[in-house]
Design a binder for this molecule. Structure first.
Ligand code: IMP
Length: 430
């Protein structure tokens, strides 16, 4: 798949997020004119290493690091304008050019401070049942969107509408925060002042995202759709309720940008060579032992956004097959294979035993009662360094077997293998 002149490509997470999408988008970006995000907000965290510099991207598509690429924040996103402006400033501080190359859909929804306060208060109140969110207000902002009382990016440009909407929201959210959760109320006037200013600063970037992207597609421009989070965090198809509040799967591209399915020509799923997840919820191949700790240390598995240690475990083929199905994947990019370099044996979950029945996709229905057991095949480790290898033929034989086994079991080609964090530490198979 790599090297092909595909028209429009979606790059999506095939596990629970943090698969290394940032590096892959950055790597493939050159062939595209536009990079667009379709869901999520600054709960996402992409780390891209470029030369000596280390960029941490949250709201920004990874294409922003490449001069001449138009980046679009789509209508399916929830955007904290304050966080956006901070990110713009910090990237500019690293020499990244951000001017007319960044556009924001006028129909994206805003995250306000009461969303963040509600997110944090709920998590605190839920105790052991908490979701383990990133605490950025994502869930409450999507709730307000669906309730139809949300504040959209376009509203930032209309002082009367903005004032009315903020007052209405505070009249509802403040009593909940105060009475239910014992938290302080927000002053609508102060919020209005901040958000009206955000509107002024962002005005030149605000546009009808659907019209913009469809016009670019019609003119033959190539678009990369950049997913955030991963398949198993999808609000409909993931490990509910331990999910994020948007459609992370490729179907979200259509609604989150306003384009028709026929414009998504190919879909690339990014998967780590093992599995991680942050926050609560089912993780059947999790390793709560020294091996899990070893994966965490070797893979530097700490969240980009929150710094939380990630939960770690072996590769789960049922998760990957579920991703192939839900996204219609055309290929995988397999990342962090080098993290497995020193393991003697590498178990891979091939399927689940669900009350005597073999399941080869993720048994999400069983999450509530955990009445399922992962079944493993133990692969031989390669016990030698794969760091920086750029040619598939040069991989140790056991590492090749590992790659081919995943391909055989998922029915999907692995077109890219990442052997280190840098752009050049990559195998591209044609
Ligand atoms: P929220 O998106 O902040 O509401 O968090 C909901 C769940 O999604 C939690 O388990 C988070 O840890 C997880 N999550 C959200 N964004 C990311 C991400 O970018 N990578 C990995 N997990 C994420």
């Amino acid at each position: 798949m790599a090297g092909q002149r595909e028209q429009n490509l979606a790059v999506v997470g095939a596990q629970w997020g943090d698969e290394g999408k940032g590096k892959i988008v950055d790597l493939l970006c050159e062939a595209f004119d536009v990079v667009a995000r379709y869901q999520g907000g600054h709960n996402a965290g992409h780390t891209v290493r470029f030369g000596d510099k280390h960029y941490s991207l949250k709201l920004m598509p990874s294409g922003i690091l490449h001069p001449g690429k138009l980046c679009l924040l789509g209508n399916g996103m929830v955007i904290d304008p304050g966080a956006l402006l901070e990110e713009i400033e910090s990237l500019r501080g690293l020499g990244v050019q951000i001017d007319s190359n960044l556009k924001i859909s006028d129909s994206a929804h805003c995250i306000l401070p009461y969303h963040k306060a509600l997110d944090l208060a709920r998590e605190e109140a839920a105790g052991a049942a908490k979701i383990g969110t990133t605490g950025r207000g994502i869930g409450p902002a999507y709730e307000t969107k669906v309730s139809r009382y949300g504040i959209r990016i376009a509203d930032l440009l209309d002082p009367d509408v903005l004032r009315d909407k903020i007052e209405f929201a505070c009249a509802e959210k403040n009593p909940v925060l105060q009475t239910v959760y014992g938290k302080p109320a927000f002053d609508p006037q102060a919020l209005y002042n901040d958000y009206a200013r955000y509107g002024e600063v962002l005005a030149e970037r605000i546009t009808n995202g659907a019209v913009l992207i469809n016009d670019l597609i019609r003119r033959g421009k190539r678009v990369m759709f950049e997913g955030a989070q991963g398949t198993m965090l999808d609000i409909d198809h993931g490990t509910y309720p331990f999910v994020t509040s948007s459609n992370t799967i490729v179907g979200g591209v259509c609604t989150g940008l306003g384009i028709a399915p026929k414009h998504i020509d190919r879909v690339l799923g990014v998967a780590k060579a093992y599995t991680t997840r942050v926050g609560g919820g089912a993780f059947p191949t999790e390793l709560n032992d020294a091996t899990g700790q070893r994966l965490r240390t070797r893979g530097n598995e700490f969240g980009t956004v929150t710094g939380r240690p990630r939960r770690t475990g072996w590769l789960d083929l049922a998760v990957l097959r579920t991703s192939v199905m839900l996204h219609g994947l055309d290929g995988f990019a397999l990342t962090k294979i080098d993290v497995l370099d020193e393991f003697e044996e590498i178990p891979v979950c091939t399927s689940y035993n669900v009350r005597g029945e073999r399941w080869t996709t993720f048994p999400a229905f069983a999450v509530a009662h955990h009445d399922y057991k992962p079944e493993y095949r133990v692969m031989k480790g390669w016990k030698s360094s794969t760091v920086g290898i750029t040619d598939f033929a040069k991989l140790p034989p056991a590492a090749k077997d590992y790659v081919r086994y995943i391909e055989d079991e998922t029915g999907c080609t692995i077109s890219i293998i990442s052997t280190g964090p840098r752009r050049e530490e990559t195998i591209q198979r044609t």
